[in-house]
Design a protein around this ligand. Structure first.
Ligand code: NZQ
Ligand code: ZN
Length: 387
């Protein structure tokens, strides 16, 4: 077991109707609020009106239109400007991972005098960030319980995971009923994203029995509850469990004491959505089985056997290579079953820029030290197999 430090200072307020506590929580932090949100889903589900009604006594400035794969320019830059112009004391992010991530970058940028890209690109370490409270409307990324935000910069095809302990939300309100309206496609992408977060932790050199069990249960829960959410979007029990597993899946709590894996599938996917602006979870689902096939070897075989037997219930008396093959096949089949297109071409990505992306990943993502190290040629081969 490896040494580790762990601290997640975020309060989770979970369940139906918990938003009623929002004014009390915000009031303890500040009265000048930057309310951030996306393209309108919070209006359609009545959440915008609810928040405005609850916060009648607060001074609210708004930043709307934050897109999936949130952009540095204009969203982060606009948010930073609004914070500075209006003396904002707290950011209230209402939406999915993109709104939360963008708000995290704004929170740090608002307390910095230079170009916020200096912080996101790790040129300068942030000294402070505004506090963030969020109301989550989409179960997927785990941004509500982690210290990261992923920011895109179309100009340079960059998509950078920006992490800093200053970026943990102070408080996250998780009401599963706000996820009833998430469309099937987006629900499936959320399942794939959270499953991948767990797989990135599960496939490593050194793990514990407890972490393996935690990860295996998380994967099974996401598959069972995720499918139920797609069949019946208003199934509270399934939406609730899916939301909770997604929240736990990305802040490393499932792999404390494990060796680092390097999160290789995320490294590759960030190039796909950085270059082509595709849905993150869909890109991951496409990459996952191809990455698995690519890294399957004598050394990794026992991990695949464990995964196949414990997650998919494959007969442990079968030949080990057969179990691994079946496990990879079942992973692919599950994503297909929940409606994810499983080829890059289906999401508009052809062979033209694969080499360029492989180079970008090799230079920027440090995958040569991943669980199974990946060279530029390995990355290209995974991308080609995903076409
Ligand atoms: O913009 P609006 O109108 O709100 O619509 C959104 C958006 O179109 C919609 N949506 C959200 N809640 C809804 C809803 N539609 C109906 N009903 C609701 N209740 O869903 C669409 C996608 O939203 P988005 O926030 O982009 O999705 P997600 O939560 O999957 O976030 C994806 C982003 O998070 C990053 C990804 O790279 C991507 O940029 N990630 C963040 C991580 C983190 N912070 O730790 C880790 C992840 O690995 C990931 O990289
Ligand atoms: Zn992810």
């Amino acid at each position: 077991m490896q040494n580790f430090e762990y601290c997640t200072p975020t309060t989770i307020v979970f369940g139906k109707g918990v938003i009623e506590k929002l004014p009390e929580v915000l009031a303890s932090i500040g009265r000048k609020v930057l309310l951030t949100y996306g393209g309108g889903s919070i209006m359609r589900i009545g959440l915008y009106d609810k928040v405005k009604d609850l916060l009648k006594d607060f001074e609210i400035t708004e930043l709307s239109g934050i897109r999936p794969n949130p952009q540095y320019d204009p969203s982060v830059l606009d948010g930073v400007r609004l914070c500075k112009e209006n003396g904002i004391e707290v950011i209230l992010a209402v939406g999915g991972g993109s709104v939360l991530d963008c708000s995290k970058a704004i929170a740090a940028g608002a307390c910095y005098d230079g170009d916020p890209w200096d912080l996101i690109s790790y040129k300068v370490k942030a000294k402070a960030a505004l506090p963030i409270v969020d109301v989550l409307t989409l179960a997927a990324t785990g941004s509500e319980y982690d210290m990261g935000g992923v920011i895109s910069r179309a100009q340079t095809n960059d998509k950078i995971g920006y992490m800093d302990p200053l970026l943990f939300p102070v408080c996250s309100f998780l009401d599963p009923t706000y996820t009833f309206s998430v469309p099937k496609w987006q629900t499936a992408a959320g399942i794939a994203d959270a499953m991948n977060h767990i797989l990135e932790q599960y496939f490593c050199e050194d793990s514990t029995l407890m972490n393996d069990g935690f990860c295996e249960s998380g994967l099974k829960s996401l598959m069972v509850n995720g499918k139920a959410c797609i069949v019946n979007p208003e199934d509270y029990k399934s939406r609730a469990e899916m939301m909770f597993v997604c929240t736990l899946a990305c802040n490393n709590i499932m792999s404390l004491g494990n060796s680092e894996s390097g999160w290789p599938m995320h490294g590759i996917e960030h190039a796909l959505s950085g270059y082509y602006d595709i849905t993150h979870g869909v890109g991951l689902a496409i990459i996952t089985p191809r990455w698995m096939k690519h890294i399957l070897c004598e050394r990794t075989l026992p991990r695949f056997v464990k995964y196949g037997v414990n997650v998919f219930g494959i007969d442990p008396s079968l030949d080990k290579w057969e179990i691994a093959d079946q496990a990879i096949g079942k992973t692919y089949a599950f994503f297909e079953e929940i409606g994810i297109p499983m080829h890059l071409r289906e999401v508009g990505i052809g062979p033209e820029r694969l080499s360029e992306m492989a180079h970008h990943v090799a230079v920027n993502e440090g995958l040569d030290s991943a669980y199974v190290p990946l060279s530029e040629a390995d990355i290209l081969s995974i991308l080609e197999a995903s076409l």
